[in-house]
Design a protein. Sequence first.
Length: 206
Amino acid sequence: MSYTLPELPYAYDALEPHFDKETMTIHHTRHHQAYVDNLNKAAGEKGFEEDSLEGVLKAVSKYGPAVRNNGGGHYNHSLFWEILSPNAKTAPEGKLAEEINAVFGGLDELKSQIKQAGLTQFGSGWAWLYVKYNGTIGVTATANQDNPLMDTNITSQGYPILGVDVWEHAYYLKYQNKRADYLDAFWSVLDWNAVEAKYAEVLAKL
């Protein structure tokens, strides 16, 4: 199984002024590419029994840190690019909106909890909205390139449908140490159409 860097569905400058061209270019072509290259190297050395990256991550404890870090890096960034858009739908509708209202009391509270998860993640990591195996949704944070799919993540397992990268390489050129400002800007380019689609895909699996 060979992994490749996915092309972005928009230009590197398309998310400005919220996400700048230089950061997007470096983030995609260098950081994400490095995860892909290192995952392919690890895959060549280890060999995977599972037929998908999702399956590998669900059983990642079998494969060691190189697969955990680089497999997570490839999966997480691929999801991240997919949920961003220069023509973003700014609020959820339908079943996902109903679930957000039921669990969080509304979109503003969900945003607040994701921001808090991102701000309080010490060092590098991600903040997530994910679907638990019982079908409900939750917010969590993970360190480094971990995500809720991984069997090493014992407290918040499930399927991620929205992820915010809080590694410094995602925001430092534009926002310096102001992670909060970056997390606020994220909502201007998050496309709820994409998140709704991921939510529907997950529900179909459960």
